[in-house]
Design a protein around this ligand. Sequence first.
Ligand SMILES: [Zn+2]
Length: 293
Amino acid sequence: MKTISYKLALIFIASCLLSSGCQSMQSEPAQFDEEIALSYLETQLSFGYRYPGSEGHTQTIDWLQQELQNNNWKVTLYEYPYYDLVITNVVAHRDGTAPHILLGAHYDTRITADQDKDQPQTPVMGANDGASGVAVLLELSRVLPQSISNEISLAFFDFEDQGNIGQYQWIAGSNALANDPIFALPDQVIIVDMIGDADLNIYMDHNSDEVLSQEIWAAAADLDYQSFLIPETKYSMYDDHVPFKEKGIPAIDIIDFDYPYWHTTQDVAENISSKSLGIIGETLLYWLSKSIN
Ligand SMILES: [Zn+2]
């Protein structure tokens, strides 16, 4: 049997080489590595606070570009003047000219921890609120197989989290991109935000597309993650999916809003688990692999 299998394998490889028709062999998907995702999160924290105008914010933009290029993505910066600053959205794609699915996360962190009773004027470190979504998207940029990645854009949004500070609005970065006539709108949008909580429990969002939510939560259940992605609707989120929803695009927000450290100085690495990053990364990789052929 061994010999026969070996011969068959050789024939298969040879026919692949001749016909270049062996996508499954050429682009065997890598595994989503939750420890690498965690290292992407830690790198962001090493830059310090990452609110617009901070040094850490600039460092994050440079680093995102570098990492994405290292993982063979083409990067475009979409920049918009915004009061005294500039909104910088970092968008990556591989070879597709108009990718159908946009995966998004915000990379800015909130300038004031206004939910913190003791230090409401201190900035938020954003281990969960900012860094976790970026970490999962970057690890996906590393492992997404070439065969499906042409269908996908990765968007790293600026200025999601500065609402009610001065004149700033919530979700200003995604709003600018969704309304930019230069930007080719996708057919579906999936946002990940605050998905690193060590105590992960993610409910469906009232403001998200119901069909797409059902698909993603079903994918999680296939992987036995139904206790982390709970198929019940709970909150109504105003997050980076909303500007796309307003354009008529099916868009969802995957967010764990049961996070006691939200907009406090305690949104730090100690409250994060790499396992949570892995649950979301694996679920997205599984759903993408199934829905893109
Ligand atoms: Zn926030």
